[in-house]
Write a protein that binds this ligand. Structure first.
Ligand SMILES: *Cc1c(COP(=O)(O)O)cnc(C)c1O
Length: 221
């Protein structure tokens, strides 16, 4: 197998400069994360709070940790001290909890709102209309300790690349629409997290600024 660093390097070379790579290290041991780290990678994504917290405590402090998996409200306080970005904010309840905990810790927490774009029911996220309504009603002001950085979405797991493209394109349309509506705050609302190992090429072509890549870098799980 090729090394993690060479996998990251060749992926980097394929991508436009504005597209960031979140190295998804879930289930992978810290030694492999260090291999990527020593090759220059600083942004890592995990989907389970316990695992994320354990890795954060033993790995270098300049790693930017991203939470990419479904987050239960009662675990938010474990992440607040160090998390760089939460991709997977999928309910108002979770937003409220993040606001409360961030305020207690006197921190600002950066988040993406996860939008349900896939056919599958089991994937989490707001529906598009809820997101539109949220910003139309200027609900942002209720969350002074939250920085809204953009949107995240996961496409349907299918061989049908036209469908995947269509879902990503639809999310980008929503993203651009929200940016236009926002008079202030649009500058920081700049990230569109979409694309994984199997579909990042389509995601990038459809406007992704952040791809979450696990198996392509670290091997299968
Ligand atoms: C696991 C995971 C990824 C990465 O998946 P790969 O197919 O291994 O690249 C991306 N996003 C989320 C939300 C994940 O849970």
């Amino acid at each position: 197998m090729k090394s993690i660093v060479s996998n990251i390097t060749s992926l980097r070379q394929e991508l436009p400069d504005n597209v960031k790579i979140v190295a998804v290290s879930k289930t992978k041991p810290s030694e492999l994360i260090m291999e990527a780290y020593n090759g220059g990678q600083r942004v890592f994504g995990e989907n389970r709070v316990q695992e994320l917290v354990a890795k954060q405590s033993e790995l270098p402090k300049d790693i930017e940790w991203h939470m990419i998996g479904h987050l239960q409200s009662n675990k938010v306080k474990l992440l607040v001290p160090f998390i760089s970005l939460i991709h997977s904010v999928d309910s108002l309840k979770l937003l409220r909890t993040i606001q409360t905990e961030a305020k207690i810790s006197n921190r600002k927490i950066e988040v993406l709102l996860q939008v349900h774009i896939a056919e599958e029911e089991h994937k989490f996220g707001f529906i598009k209309d809820e997101v539109v309504e949220f910003f139309e009603h200027k609900r942002i002001v209720d969350f002074p300790n939250i920085v809204f950085r953009g949107l995240m979405g996961m496409a349907t797991f299918t061989e049908d690349s036209d469908q995947v493209r269509e879902e990503f394109r639809g999310l980008n349309v929503l993203f651009q629409q929200l940016r236009e509506q926002m008079s202030s705050g649009a500058k920081q609302f700049s990230e569109l997290s979409m694309g994984m190992s199997g579909d990042y090429k389509y995601a990038v072509e459809e406007g992704s600024t952040m791809i979450r890549i696990g198996s392509l870098l670290f091997g299968s799980r």
